[in-house]
Design a protein around this ligand. Structure first.
Ligand code: CNA
Length: 254
């Protein structure tokens, strides 16, 4: 679709059609997502009005402080109370956005999902190429002996501190906590995928968590699509901006 044709469709209001067209005409697609991709699966994000950071807590400690490694070290019980209550959603199911991306991978295209989410829903939907910048709640390990535990094993004692059955060490999630470094290999693979992409779709992220959000600066491709329920600073650089719920939007695509 030419730029002028795209503009006509935009004026007519069918942005889903433009997105569909962009996806059809590009071969190397990167989907860069955040917590907003999973809100329609019933998992709250951090920064929406009803997101976790805006919910009243009984303590003066902020969620950012709680979800940090120093807090886990000092107050493991309070860390896991918060973690199990607010960050684990074992019954959440993929929504149409997850499902669409998994199906797209089956077409003759290169599709890479780069996610800041820790819920593992892209893999549940069937996506194979998923780079999890902030790790995953599905994987856990003992801080002392590194023994691995599944989420089900971690949740055996939902009210206590998960302990290793070999040495009683604390079993922690393989999630990048605040003030912890991202894994080099995941960063390198993400940069590579973004550099090679000819379509970058950014969805459901406030782009406010660094260094993850800075990765999109490596994009040199043709078209940039931004999907978010609210406005973002990066909109001026985008070919297409869609203010809509991402699952609802992807449900309209073929
Ligand atoms: P964020 O800062 O909470 O921003 C979410 C963004 O998504 C906001 O701009 C919302 O307006 C927007 N949004 C919410 N729902 C939708 C929707 N249905 N469709 C379109 N847009 C929507 O979250 P970020 O991902 O930007 O911040 C990164 C943090 C959030 C990472 O460290 C994650 O680990 C963390 N997080 C992950 C999950 C999860 O794994 N599902 C849940 C909550 C927080």
């Amino acid at each position: 679709m030419t730029k002028s044709a795209r503009r006509v469709v935009e004026i007519l209001g069918n942005k889903a059609l433009i997105l569909q067209n962009l996806i059809e005409h590009h071969q190397k697609i990167v989907f860069f997502g955040g917590a907003g991709v999973s809100t329609e699966s019933g998992i709250p994000d951090f920064r929406s009005a009803d997101g976790l950071f805006n919910q009243e807590l009984k303590t003066k400690v902020t969620p950012e402080e709680i979800v940090s490694h120093s807090f886990l070290k000092k107050h493991p019980q309070l860390f896991f109370d918060y973690y199990f209550k607010h960050l684990i959603y074992p019954s959440a199911k993929p929504n149409p956005a997850h499902a669409y991306l998994a199906a797209l991978e089956q077409q003759d295209k290169s599709v890479t999902v780069i996610t800041q989410n820790i819920d593992g829903l892209h893999q549940v939907a069937g996506s194979q190429k998923v780079l999890e910048l902030h790790g995953s709640v599905q994987h856990n390990h003992c801080e002392l002996c590194q023994k691995k535990y599944s989420l089900n094993e971690l949740m055996r004692d939902e009210n206590g501190i998960p302990r290793c059955d070999a040495d009683n060490g604390i079993v922690r999630p393989d999630v990048v906590l605040y003030r912890e470094a991202l894994e080099d290999v995941v960063i390198d693979q993400s940069i590579q995928a973004i550099k090679e992409a000819d379509l970058l779709i950014i969805a459901g992220t406030s782009l406010s968590v660094y260094p993850s959000s800075g990765l999109i600066d490596f994009y040199q491709g043709e078209d940039l699509v931004l999907i978010n329920k609210s406005s973002l600073f990066a909109e001026s650089q985008a070919t297409l901006v869609i203010h809509q719920a991402v699952g609802e939007l992807f449900q309209q695509l073929n």
